[in-house]
Design a protein around this ligand. Structure first.
Ligand SMILES: *[C@@H]1O[C@H](CO)[C@@H](O)[C@H](O)[C@H]1NC(C)=O
Ligand SMILES: *[C@@H]1O[C@H](CO)[C@@H](O)[C@H](O)[C@H]1NC(C)=O
Ligand SMILES: *[C@@H]1O[C@H](CO)[C@@H](O)[C@H](O)[C@H]1NC(C)=O
Length: 426
């Protein structure tokens, strides 16, 4: 027990309970506060929880007996696995094989292979210690293969590999069949708090309650280490079947929304600037995706999405499209491949568009148009005046012609007609 306490000095088993009947629908959510100052949940030091010794069964492995220095290189003895209650972080213990107890001038090592049920492959370690701890999925069989490696003066300095034995532990499923929860997901928002959601199993006994337990080795979450969770439950009809999960927290991060998006026009085109999202994700761990929607002069809209190659840059230049009237942008971010294997895209930022539609050329055209209008106007007035002037000239000519005629006529009439008719010609 001491060995385990030193191995996990700050191990905590935390529990939170939610009552299924208090929640509408089937979707259950639990927010786990992971910041130091927010650890307000019932905290139970893990070493206080009872160790459970799990019974191993030996499986035959077809390896013949190996001898060196006149003794059989047997597999380790008294193999035991114990579950300290860390939701799958299991300890394996063994002792030196009896036949090798009295050997001097020898180094004895052990090779342990175990089946990683999360990654579905065998993993192998070699150690001089008599204990090893690894992560297992407690819903699946725990499989171990172990052998002794002996190196002595009498083996001429070579390491002799002993016979391998296989051990297995198959957990007995307990609880109401079909009551295991489904669709369990955790999102680690801005690396500040984690939200886990799940749905009830296909069989949900009435008045059942779910419990979520989680365990991690330190008060702050270490990246690239396992974070273990389990959801079980109780009901008047019996306990619910337990579901176990082990996640690496860095792969569940969803950054906050990118803020302060700013679009400006430059000689080369458009320039976007923004601020990294708030939260605990380091800036060098982010990548960005820009979505642009360009409204063309012909009324069509062109949309484009691009994950930026310069991962942590918070600015981006876009060449201006000749036919464009207005371009709008929005940005989202994700943890990049240098900091995690996977992650979630943040929500999109606010949409920001180029300032009041037109580019710089269009006001020039407008100006030219105005000048044109003025010129046309002036020309029109000049033409009008000219026409009036010509018209007036013609009229004056006609009048003077008429005057001449009148005079001539009057002279004639005065000679031949009575004066009474003369006013007609005035
Ligand atoms: C090892 O030595 C002890 C006493 O020194 C003896 O009792 C024991 O039988 C020995 N074991 C073997 C496997 O020779
Ligand atoms: C060690 O070497 C000796 C002679 O060189 C040989 O007789 C013996 O079989 C070797 N032992 C092993 C374990 O290889
Ligand atoms: C749920 O799991 C925890 C942690 O393993 C355990 O202590 C508790 O007794 C379990 N509760 C039920 C109802 O199965």
């Amino acid at each position: 027990m001491d060995g385990l306490v030193t191995a996990f000095p700050e191990a905590n088993c935390l529990l939170d309970t939610i009552s299924a009947k208090n929640l509408k629908g089937f979707l259950q959510t639990l927010i786990i506060a992971l910041q130091k100052n927010m650890l307000l949940l019932d905290k139970v030091p893990a070493w206080l929880s009872a160790f459970t010794l799990l019974l191993l069964t030996q499986e035959p492995v077809s390896t013949s007996e190996v001898t060196a220095c006149g003794v059989a290189v047997d597999p380790p003895a008294n193999i035991e696995i114990s579950d300290p209650g860390f939701l799958g972080y299991i300890s394996i213990h063994w002792t030196r094989p009896a036949g090798l107890q009295n050997l001097t001038d020898c180094t004895v090592r052990y090779q342990l292979r175990y089946y990683d049920t999360y990654e579905e492959r065998w993993r192998s370690v070699r150690t001089v210690k008599l204990t090893y701890a690894a992560q297992f999925d407690l819903e699946k069989p725990v499989k171990l293969r172990i052998l002794t490696l002996l190196k002595c003066a009498c083996t001429n300095g070579t390491e002799v590999q002993g016979k391998e034995t296989e051990w297995a532990y198959t957990p007995e499923p307990t609880g109401v069949a079909g009551s295991r929860i489904r669709d369990f997901h955790c999102v680690y928002y801005g690396k500040e708090y984690m939200e886990c959601t799940w749905e009830s199993g296909p069989v949900q006994p009435p008045n059942s309650q779910h419990y979520l337990y989680y365990w991690f080795p330190r008060e702050s979450l270490l990246e690239f280490s396992k974070f273990n969770l389990c959801v079980n439950g109780s009901s008047p009809a019996g306990s619910l079947r337990t579901a176990y999960f082990s996640i690496e927290v860095q792969n569940h991060v969803k950054p906050a929304v990118v803020s302060s998006v700013h679009v400006s026009e430059t000689d080369e085109g458009l320039k976007l600037d923004w601020s990294p999202p708030s939260g605990q994700v380091p800036e060098h761990c982010l990548e960005y995706e820009v979505e642009s929607s360009t409204m063309m002069e012909n009324g069509k809209e062109e949309q484009e999405r691009m994950v930026l190659q310069n991962l942590a840059d918070t600015s981006y230049g876009v060449p201006r499209q000749a036919e464009s009237q207005k371009t709008c942008f929005r940005i989202r971010s994700k943890v990049n491949t240098y900091c995690a294997d996977e992650g979630f895209w943040s929500n999109w930022s606010q949409t920001k568009c180029t300032a009041d539609t037109e580019t710089q050329d269009i006001p020039t055209w407008k100006y030219l148009g105005l000048v044109g209008l003025v010129v046309i106007g002036i020309a029109g007035v000049i033409i009008l005046c000219l026409s009036l002037w010509i018209l007036r000239k013609i009229c004056i000519k006609k009048i003077s012609k008429k005057d001449v005629l009148y005079t001539l006529y009057k002279e004639k009439v005065n000679e031949t007609m009575p004066t009474i008719l003369s006013p007609i010609f005035k």
